[in-house]
Design a protein around this ligand. Sequence first.
Ligand SMILES: N[C@@H](CC(=O)c1ccccc1NC=O)C(=O)O
Length: 279
Amino acid sequence: MSTEYTELEILYSCSFWTNDGRSPQEAISQFVNVLDDCYESNKKSIACTENVNYGGQFYDIWGKDLEKSEQIFIFIHGGYWQEGEKKYATSMVKALTDHGIPVICLGYDLATIKPLDLVIEQVAIGLRFIAQKYSSANFTISGHSAGAHLAVKAICQLEDTTRFNKLALFSGVYQLEELPNTYIGKGINLTEEMSKKTSVTAEELKSKFFGQILILYGEFDSPKLKQQSEDLYGQIENLGNFKCQKMMIPNEDHFTSIENLRDSNSNVSKKLLKFLLEP
Ligand SMILES: N[C@@H](CC(=O)c1ccccc1NC=O)C(=O)O
């Protein structure tokens, strides 16, 4: 383990925690390679409209019969708001489009070029745009890691969330107050004030969102992220009238849980499909 990192930074560093002892570098390179392969093979077999413009950014939409779709899945990639791209967010596309659910992979400006609250606002602009464009659909908003955070915060910015009826959150980070003095926070100039403003509260979610929530994390996810998922679930559960479930996915880490969405028979895919297909 590198001595360049503080104890707190290590607890938040997803790639330091793996299910098979592979190194942080190996975890990241495996993730990038698997997701690259997914993207290339999806491109060969699944209809896709790439780079639809919204609010200064772009999304890709995978699947057919988009206008007639009753349900569309929107996925927001992770990378601690400073790395990643929508191309690395297509592992679930095959399983979902096989079940007739189109997938939107939403790109967004990284918080290295604008403050995090404006990134959240941009994602909210994307959600409004998509709701207007696919007017017969309901939506599941989903995200991984920092993308799960953006999913929750963006939905809280919407005026009308009626058609956004499911949230599927993979290994999210929801409380940002500890991040300003870490390499993660410094990478996006996260001030104390911004970290407070952009942290998730169960109360704001409850005041805006009325659907079902699935909170997932890997058995080998980083300790801080596991705790944050448990805490969010606990807070929501205490609020009562929410349909919220959580699942610790056995044997998976922060990266393999997303990689294994490419296999429709994996635990994580089966759980996601059940959540999407049940009323
Ligand atoms: N520098 C981070 C990268 C990371 O956490 C990450 C990379 C890709 C997708 C999601 C990630 N985590 C949260 O957004 C790490 O290696 O721990």
